[in-house]
Write a protein that binds this ligand. Structure first.
Ligand SMILES: Cc1cc2nc3c(=O)[nH]c(=O)nc-3n(C[C@H](O)[C@H](O)[C@H](O)COP(=O)(O)O)c2cc1C
Length: 416
């Protein structure tokens, strides 16, 4: 049996699946039900100076029949009294000593952080997550992503947290920044025990064209919110990979963003994450999605011969490189499986109008398009859009040895 347990910066949990800070980790009742379903840890909904939320709060992006490809929210931190939260956190930790209970915090003044951390420690929680990522409402008040966008301020508050805390401190990063490595390295330098990313991406979901108000609507007005769900996974993966590939990087990463199944989780782990967190998928499908995640990850690990998460953590990082290191002499061309092709010719149109005019129609009455191999640049577009998934890309021999842009243009230029 594969061992799914992890140790993320000193926080040990029976498996890498944690609830991310958000509505699914808002109350003791919820977190305990989640643990009973199999979640290994939970990052409690962010605690801070009490706020009031608005109604409505969420906006969704559907794509054809798929609902909630992306979710936007304008919700703030917890709107329940701090006393109630601390009491419930202590209850959960007492009942579930082997699960991970991490408390997300967002305060402004140093003495507020100090007092909150003292209260968290009293609950017996396993760790603290500093919410430097929320991109709406709280950032206008100088907190959340306003901190995550200022590496110096992030480092200062992280060092306070480390000074006050005897339990591990995880820094949660905002993706609303040009270079994610700057706040990540600032957190590492300030002594954080780990980082987590991504929080939500600043967004506006669309406009109600009858009311002329963007979504979500609050009494005839709207505001920008934070985007999450399956649509953000590629952005999250890129940011995780960029950090994990840094030569000086040595902290554990908790990966977040669009994770819905074991495969998503395994991809984050392959790119360097020790564990993962999930919010939107639980809001959409409920806690029981973790059952498939556990089974799928375990089967995958057994099939590949990985005994622990560490056996494949970061395995794909070495294959993530700058563009200039890619082999210019590698070539693939499209191949159509004729038996599966329905003759819709979408690949032909897309190639003709959208890219490189490398597919032609046959002259013998057949509807199956023909790839013009000499012209095909191997861009993948036809394979990506084919409704039947009957186009694959096949490697062809170029007869040239591997050579990257950096190698080719680093060579001394010969005088003409
Ligand atoms: C409705 C909602 C509320 C959230 N509240 C918090 C929060 O209080 N603190 C926090 O750190 N992140 C919060 N998040 C962000 C999530 O923890 C997570 O970083 C983000 O949603 C990306 O993960 P996902 O794609 O699995 O949802 C919230 C997200 C949603 C959708």
């Amino acid at each position: 049996m594969a061992d799914l347990s992890i140790n993320l910066g000193g926080i040990r949990t029976p498996n890498p699946f944690w609830l991310a800070s958000g509505p699914p980790a808002n109350t003791a009742d919820q977190v305990m039900r989640a643990f009973d379903c199999g979640w290994g840890g939970a990052v409690w909904k962010t605690l801070g100076v009490p706020i009031e939320n608005v109604s409505s709060r969420y906006g969704g992006l559907d794509y054809k029949d798929r609902r909630l490809v992306g979710l936007n929210n304008i919700e703030l931190i917890t709107d329940r009294p701090l006393e109630v939260n601390f009491k419930e956190i202590a209850l959960v930790k007492k009942k579930y000593p082997h699960h991970g209970v991490i408390v997300s915090l967002m305060f402004e003044a140093k003495d507020e952080w100090k007092e909150a951390i003292r209260r968290v420690e009293e609950t017996g929680a396993d760790g603290i997550e500093l919410n430097f990522g929320c991109p709406h409402g709280m950032c206008e008040r100088g907190m959340g992503s306003a901190v995550g966008q200022e590496p110096k301020v992030l480092a200062e508050i992280t060092s306070w947290a480390k000074e006050f805390s005897s339990i591990p401190v995880i820094v949660k990063l905002t993706p609303n920044i040009t270079d994610i490595t700057e706040p990540a390295l600032a957190a590492q330098k300030a002594g954080a025990d780990g980082i987590s990313l991504i929080n939500t991406i600043q967004s506006l979901m669309g406009v109600d064209l009858d009311k002329m108000v963007p979504h979500p609507i609050v009494d005839g007005k709207s505001t920008f919110g934070g985007y999450c769900g399956p649509a953000v996974k590629p952005i999250a993966l890129q940011m995780v990979a960029k950090i994990a590939a840094l030569s000086q990087w040595n902290l554990p990463i908790s990966g977040i963003g669009g994770i819905e199944n074991w495969r998503d989780a395994a991809e984050f782990i392959a790119l360097g994450c020790t564990g993962v967190q999930v919010c939107t998928a639980v809001m959409h499908y409920g806690y029981r999605i973790v059952e498939d995640m556990l089974e799928g990850l375990e089967n995958f690990m057994e099939e590949k011969g990985y005994q622990t998460i560490e056996d494949f953590r970061g395995a794909a990082v070495k294959n993530y490189s700058p563009w200039g290191d890619l082999n210019l002499n590698y070539k693939v061309v499209a191949h159509i499986e004729e038996e599966k092709c329905t003759g819709c010719q979408l690949c032909y149109i897309a190639c003709l109008d959208g890219v490189y005019q490398s597919i032609r129609l046959p002259e013998n009455g057949s509807r199956v398009p023909i790839i013009i191999e000499e012209k095909c640049v191997g861009c993948n577009l036809c394979s990506l859009i084919c409704p039947e998934k009957c186009i694959s890309m096949r490697e062809v021999e170029t007869g040239r040895p591997p050579e990257s842009w950096n190698e080719r243009y680093a060579k001394p230029q010969t005088q003409a």
